[in-house]
Design a protein around this ligand. Structure first.
Ligand SMILES: CC(=O)SCCNC(=O)CCNC(=O)[C@H](O)C(C)(C)COP(=O)(O)OP(=O)(O)OC[C@H]1O[C@@H](n2cnc3c(N)ncnc32)[C@H](O)[C@@H]1OP(=O)(O)O
Length: 130
């Protein structure tokens, strides 16, 4: 795939502490909160990659593989995985880390599609800055 350097530069990582106000009645991170954070990191990744206005047009399936307990730290990682004409796809992975021991595992993944738009909110071709 082209754009390797820009893809590498635009990889976006956000850490969050999983405090009790973000969990559900099972004491694990609420799925809707995870999806909110994923769309946000995907948006930041798309914006850092294109340096253009972008909007979410679609999310592909999201796999919740491991529960994320409160009192852990999560890392969200956004990576551009496909560049089309006006659209691009960003994969987001969430990793969960224990606070006081060395343990980290992959918990959630999903893919989001963004479209670059102009000032009239119409799709425009992606032109990655040199
Ligand atoms: C950051 C935020 O919070 S955004 C808020 C949430 N998002 C929004 O409000 C966006 C609302 N949607 C829209 O405004 C419009 O649908 C737009 C501007 C995104 C797209 O307009 P359309 O006229 O439908 O676009 P069009 O059919 O020309 O497709 C544009 C591109 O999107 C892709 N696309 C369109 N729909 C989808 C879809 N459901 N899934 C994946 N890709 C799609 C097309 O394949 C095309 O890609 P390409 O140019 O790379 O080949």
């Amino acid at each position: 795939m082209a754009y390797e350097e820009q893809i590498e530069k635009s990889v976006t990582r956000i850490f969050k502490a999983v405090f009790p106000n973000t969990v559900n009645h099972y004491d694990t991170l609420f799925g809707g909160t995870a999806m909110h954070l994923m769309d946000e990191v995907a948006f930041i990744t798309a914006t850092r990659f294109t340096k253009m206005r972008t909007v979410t047009v679609s999310s592909d399936r999201i796999d919740f593989k491991k529960p994320i307990p409160h009192g852990t730290i999560i890392e969200l990682v956004g990576t551009v995985v496909h560049v089309g004409n006006t659209s691009l796809k960003v994969r987001v992975d969430i990793y969960v880390e224990q606070m006081y021991i060395e343990h980290r595992e992959h918990a959630i993944s999903g893919t989001f599609t963004f479209v670059a738009i102009d000032e009239n909110k119409k799709p425009v071709p992606i032109k990655v800055p040199a």
